[in-house]
Design a protein around this ligand. Sequence first.
Ligand code: SAM
Length: 245
Amino acid sequence: AYGYATVSGRGEKQERVNEVFHRVAERYDLMNDLMSGGLHRAWKAAMVAWLSPPHRPEYRFLDVAGGTGDVAFRIVEATRGRAHGTVLDINASMLAVGAERAIKKKLGGNLTFTEGNAEELPLLDNHFDAYTIAFGIRNVPRIGEALKEAYRVLKPGGRFMCLEFSEVDLPVLDKIYDAWSFNAIPRIGELVARDRDSYAYLVESIRRFPNQANFAAAIREAGFERVDYRNLSGGIAAIHSGWKL
Ligand code: SAM
């Protein structure tokens, strides 16, 4: 019900995703700004504001599909440089860009960059205060497995937070959004990254992802409690939150 597993093989989907992000890594940050009109910055800020991490040095978070580090940098900054985080991604090219940015931002001491798969985290049980994932989970072939792993690595009392594209719930906005995503995004992909197919793929993956209520149900199924969500920009994106209690 949650993606490509039934359409094509799981391995095939992950391979496709890896190829896309390997190709776009160097231009990923620029493309993000162009395709979302800079909105992804406000959405990430909203996720970190809702998380409101405490300013404790022992606060440990895991940012899965962390890519070039945006969310992790924001969490560390929100704790005034105190928190420690692991940025995990399946793609070494994305992590390399992230690690370089961390050094430039003087946040290298707060962050560890780790290659790994969200479906099988190479990490200890009951270890993190927070698990975040932004625009990552829709790329994972078995979402249920990723959610179970999130539950496993969180401490009791730990929090899961996911930022992802979702279902637009405003009648006019949905038409504009369709035109933007089906026409403009692949065209920007072609012009800026010379890679129309990768961006067409990204748009398609957004369409296949479960809507707000269905995704909340999947989070509950993995064991999380007090599951809640907030829409951003009329549902173009949504933040889901859940607790391991
Ligand atoms: N979180 C970053 C952000 O919001 O800017 C990056 C999001 S990017 C759209 C998606 C990321 O998911 C890519 O870096 C990709 O390599 C990663 N990814 C895809 N499949 C993954 C998996 N199975 N496990 C971990 N990371 C994965």
